[in-house]
Design a protein around this ligand. Structure first.
Ligand SMILES: [Zn+2]
Length: 263
């Protein structure tokens, strides 16, 4: 099911960790950002797009993690963009025999084991290094590239819709996950995103709920406070962990414990 987030912008939410696919209407078709996750959900998305009467003209992956680089043949053989670093990281990962088996094995630990189509995973076309726009026929989409959470991670700002697509940051349910890059990279990324957040009346995280006016800044503050606490060895006062975590998200506390030990 597609839910409208702004004029010409829709979100499809997966049952798995509230993963968001974003659909942006352009002049001759739609841009798909991070489409996923299960076959049933991709069926649903393909059906919704058919109902909209919109072909897919381009894709974009915010970062090189399996849940953000999926695709379905029905979306067509169109360019699936990412930053140059994202594409390079994906290419490197897929150069290892068994890379997809490793992802499938990881998924065995989840409730969507065997349900995610991996055949078209990771076929990302890198944009030129430093590219600041997605090349497509539609509303201008600014790329804010940084190195927090994953190499070549991109936040996207759809300028005239006031929509910020945050990738795996600014979530109301997930804490900052410093899987690659360190504290300094994370703080630098939040600064870069903050520079454009004033233009965003809507924030769409890779996982979690869509936020309205003021939410982008609030979530930046929350993420920054978490990362600073991690840096300083303090226990963060963060509603996403501990007793205030949303039901079903208690495991985020374990992620925090692991990060707390590491940093
Ligand atoms: Zn990720």
């Amino acid at each position: 099911m597609l839910t409208q987030a702004a004029e010409g912008v829709w979100v499809h939410e997966s049952v798995f960790v509230q993963t968001n696919t974003i659909v942006v209407r352009g002049d001759g078709g739609v841009l798909l950002v991070d489409p996923g996750l299960t076959r049933a959900e991709l069926d649903c998305l393909a059906g919704d797009l058919a109902e909209l009467g919109q072909p897919v003209v381009a894709g974009f992956s915010t970062h090189p993690h399996w849940d953000h680089v999926l695709w379905d043949a029905r979306f067509g053989d169109v360019p699936r963009y990412g930053t140059a670093r994202c594409a390079a990281a994906m290419e490197e990962e897929l150069s290892h025999a068994g890379a997809k088996d490793d992802i499938a094995d990881h998924l065995l630990e989840t409730e969507i084991a065997g349900q995610v189509p991996l055949d078209l995973l990771g076929l990302v076309t890198g944009l030129p290094p430093g590219a600041t726009r997605i090349p497509w026929d539609g509303p201008a989409v600014r790329i804010v590239e940084h190195q927090a959470h994953a190499p070549g991670h991109a936040a996207l700002l759809i300028e005239d819709r006031g929509v910020l697509i945050a990738g795996d940051m600014l979530s109301d349910v997930l804490i900052p996950m410093l899987e690659s890059g360190g504290v300094a990279d994370y703080l630098a990324a939040l600064d870069l995103i903050e520079d454009v957040a004033g233009q965003a009346g809507v924030v769409i995280p890779g996982h979690g709920s869509v936020g309205g006016p003021g939410q982008a800044r609030e979530r930046i503050d929350l993420d920054r406070a978490y990362v600073l606490a991690l840096r300083d060895g303090r226990a963060p006062a963060d509603p996403r962990i501990g007793p205030s975590a949303k039901p079903g998200w208690e495991w985020v506390g374990d992620v925090h414990e692991g990060q707390f030990r590491q940093f």
